[in-house]
Design a protein around this ligand. Structure first.
Ligand SMILES: [Zn+2]
Length: 419
């Protein structure tokens, strides 16, 4: 037994159990990474789901699989592929006790046809593979933790939610995430830790939009004045939308790509652009939402504020969705984060806290009131790149951290107010 005096006997057993399993976990990760589940590859996502569900059911979980909701059709690169399903595996325990929701995504960003298709190990403890960090390593960290808790007889009420569209905005699974969040007390999401092991406690929110303009085509030389340029109006709308950016007050607006017109000698009839907004807090989101609405209304009403007729040109439509609300550091988040930090320190490590403008499914879960921390997965880096890596020893280390954190939450040994 290692000399970690702050751990109790059960926690020591959980840690030693997972340490002893490292070789098997590495082989599990090799299997997972070799399953291509990127870019909507249905057979790969199905195999990943079967693998995870099989292991969770072996622990006594029951599974519900929900059909995915359709994505908004105006999204950039929206595919017409069938929306992937969401699997929800639950193992309630008898009696009271906090309900823990673990959320992970089976999809990656990697091309299933690429040559970067397997986990390779380097001498310095670094292993590279597509999705190894984001987030197959994380899926395995939480799975191994649950298996260790089960083997050591720790009673814990948990649900493990597995979606397949996180990398494309969670449009198909958002409703199921929100439903699950409402039924639980605390959320643990297994995105990779920042490279130094930091835990993210605050995230910006993100929204997508598309501006579409219809005008009237005309020959530039013969009847220019008859034409109504969609590009000209789009440029006006875009400059107003871009002017909403106010980074000092937590508002970011980016536009691109864009398209419009067909030939230089024709007044463009259609023009469109896509963009992304980021907001640091709910107030910034509300302010952006109101400003975009006002801009759209301004292009759809006359000088007296009366709505223009349906067929009026130019016609401006701003499609938008604030699909990832901001995830501020609430009191609940602080309590879970402090509990996680205490476990890291008791295991002989440390856990700094960080912030990011990146978004993940914890944004959705927390938006309906579930306190969440979301970088409890493996340590690694170069996410979404062809040299994505994990620190292979962190597999068992992070699994031990996850297991002990769950044990302390389940046994009421943290400062979490779950009343
Ligand atoms: Zn991820």
């Amino acid at each position: 037994m290692t000399d970690l005096p702050a751990l109790d006997e059960l926690e020591h057993r959980l840690r030693d159990h997972l340490h002893a399993r490292q070789e098997a976990l590495v082989s599990d990760l090799e299997t997972m990474v070799a399953i291509p589940s990127g870019q909507g590859h249905v057979p790969g996502m199905d195999r990943m789901r079967e693998l995870m569900v099989g292991r969770l059911e072996a622990l006594g979980a029951t599974t519900e699989v929900f059909d995915g909701d359709p994505r908004p059709t105006w999204l950039l690169g929206a595919s017409d592929a069938a929306p992937p399903p969401t699997a929800v595996c639950s193992r309630p325990r008898e009696g009271a006790g906090p309900k823990i929701l673990i959320a992970g995504h089976l999809d990656t960003v990697h091309d299933p046809e690429d040559t970067f298709i397997s986990l390779t190990h380097e001498a310095d403890g670094i292993s590279r593979g597509p999705g190894a960090a984001d987030m197959k390593g994380g899926l395995l960290v939480a799975l191994a933790a649950l298996e260790a808790l089960d083997a050591e007889g720790v009673e814990c009420h948990w649900t493990y939610l597995l979606n397949s569209d996180e990398e494309t905005g969670t449009f198909c699974s958002e409703r199921h995430l929100e439903d699950a969040a409402r039924q639980h007390d605390v959320g643990l999401v297994i995105e990779p830790a920042l490279p130094d092991g930091s835990l993210v406690v605050e995230r910006m929110g993100s929204g997508q939009f598309m501006i579409e303009v219809d005008g009237l085509s005309a020959h530039v030389g013969r009847e220019f004045e008859r034409g109504i340029s969609a590009v000209k109006t789009l440029a006006e709308v875009m400059s107003q939308i871009l002017a909403l950016a106010d980074p000092a007050n937590g508002k970011i607006v980016n536009i691109g790509p864009l398209k419009g017109g067909g030939a230089t000698n024709a007044v463009p009839e259609h023009a469109a652009c896509w963009g992304n907004m980021r907001f640091a807090h709910p107030e910034a989101q509300a302010s952006l939402a109101a400003e975009v609405e006002a801009i759209e209304a301004n292009f759809s009403t006359d000088e007296l504020g009366r709505p223009l007729p349906e067929d009026h040109l130019p016609r401006v439509t701003i499609h938008r969705t604030f699909n990832r609300p901001a995830k501020p550091q609430t009191e609940g988040v602080t309590a879970v984060a402090m509990a996680a930090r205490a476990v890291a320190e008791d295991l002989g490590g440390e856990m700094p806290f960080g912030k990011t403008g990146g978004v993940c499914d914890a944004n959705v879960l927390q938006s309906v009131g579930l306190p969440c921390v979301d970088t409890l997965g493996i340590r690694g880096g170069n996410l979404h790149r062809r040299d994505e890596y994990v620190e292979i020893e962190s597999l068992w280390e992070r699994a031990a951290l996850f297991a002990i954190l769950m044990k302390r939450i389940a046994m009421g040994e943290t400062d979490l107010d779950l009343g």
